[in-house]
Design a protein around this ligand. Structure first.
Ligand SMILES: [Zn+2]
Ligand SMILES: [Zn+2]
Ligand SMILES: [Zn+2]
Length: 332
């Protein structure tokens, strides 16, 4: 985003955010590449990510769009015609300050084996393999993105997509402005900018609560199945029940601390992307509406055990299988 907004007056406006090389002049001129995702880039770094994300054409109005990373599948909102890049993926030119958040995380790993295990899982590394600083930085970015989106998560909405200023490089948000957080309201199947609690088109539901109000309550990581597809996600009990009402079968539900569940989701998203090729349209066409646009959906053959992602979590699957009309699906 931004071709014009980069603040050339600020010192970092003269440095490529990705590699640290000095750039000169206005954006997209001879000695400076186009600005991307709010930050100045050199030409070689800009060229590396020119095809990294693709517009999905999901949002009404045409002013902004949801872009999907071709590599990891994560979503980012940007103004149509502006340039953006993945919130998470760095590249072989990423260096210096753009990896500092990764270096800080890496320094913690020797003392925090559980965290090291999760970063390895995220990066698809076997146990003795060293974690690269880039993988650590990408993990940090994925967690930061998950926390940002979680603040806006609420019952009845799926596929939240936002725009976190400062990612993928800084490991946390750097400035409050963004192209907004958007989501799919499941009941009316419409994409909307999330401004307050309710859908602009539907009457309010008394049971709708923002998850900001639920931050300190236990949170659920769930896995459900429908017609040969698996869908994982996070949320409260009502989210799980919504899938069951839509005809999905329950596979597993694990309860954990809020932050742990968000982290587990970030790892799962990364891993499932690596595990299988993208779903073809005919597989997603008959998904129940509660599955949303299918960004957290994988083929049935992909083996997922939620307990592996949420080690301190409690299996609460039976809480949902005791209700009449629901059956636990054991055929993993
Ligand atoms: Zn550069
Ligand atoms: Zn990516
Ligand atoms: Zn609605």
């Amino acid at each position: 985003m931004t071709t014009r907004q980069s603040r050339a007056s600020r010192p970092e406006g003269c440095i490529c955010v990705n590699c640290g090389d000095t750039v000169e002049g206005r954006a997209n001129t001879r000695h400076r590449g186009p600005d991307i995702a709010w930050f100045a880039h050199c030409h070689p770094c800009a060229a590396l990510v020119a095809e990294q994300v693709q517009p999905l054409g999901l949002l009404p109005g045409g002013g902004v769009d949801v872009y999907q990373c071709r590599s990891c599948g994560s979503l980012r909102v940007c103004r149509t015609g502006w340039r953006t890049r993945c919130h998470i993926c760095l590249d072989e030119r990423s260096a210096g300050l753009s990896l500092a958040a990764g270096a800080r995380l890496l320094a913690r790993l020797p003392d925090e084996p559980g965290l090291a295990d999760r970063v390895r899982r995220f990066a698809g590394l076997a146990d003795p393999e060293p974690v690269s600083i880039r993988a650590a930085a990408e993990f940090q970015a994925a967690i930061a993105l998950g926390e940002e989106l979680d603040r806006r998560r609420r019952d009845g909405w799926a596929d939240l997509a936002g725009d976190v200023h400062g990612l993928p490089w800084y490991g946390e948000r750097q400035a409050p402005f963004s192209h907004g957080t958007w989501g799919l309201h499941l009941r009316c199947d419409s994409w909307q900018r999330l401004r307050d609690r309710s859908c602009a088109q539907c009457p309010p539901e008394p049971e709708d609560r923002t998850f900001a109000a639920l931050r300190d309550t236990p949170y659920l990581l769930y896995l459900v199945r429908h017609r040969g597809l698996l869908k994982f996600g996070v949320g409260g009990a009502s989210r799980v029940r919504q899938h069951l009402r839509a005809g999905a079968q329950l596979v597993e539900v694990v309860e954990g601390r809020h932050a742990d569940v968000i982290e587990a989701e970030a790892v799962l998203k990364r891993q499932k992307r690596a595990a299988g090729e993208p779903l073809r349209w005919w597989r997603t066409r008959r998904m129940p509406e509660s599955f949303g646009a299918g960004t957290e959906v994988v083929r049935n053959g992909v083996r997922i055990r939620l307990g592996d992602y949420l080690r301190d979590g409690i299996d609460v699957t039976s809480r949902f299988t005791s209700a009449p009309g629901t059956t636990r699906d054991n055929a993993r």
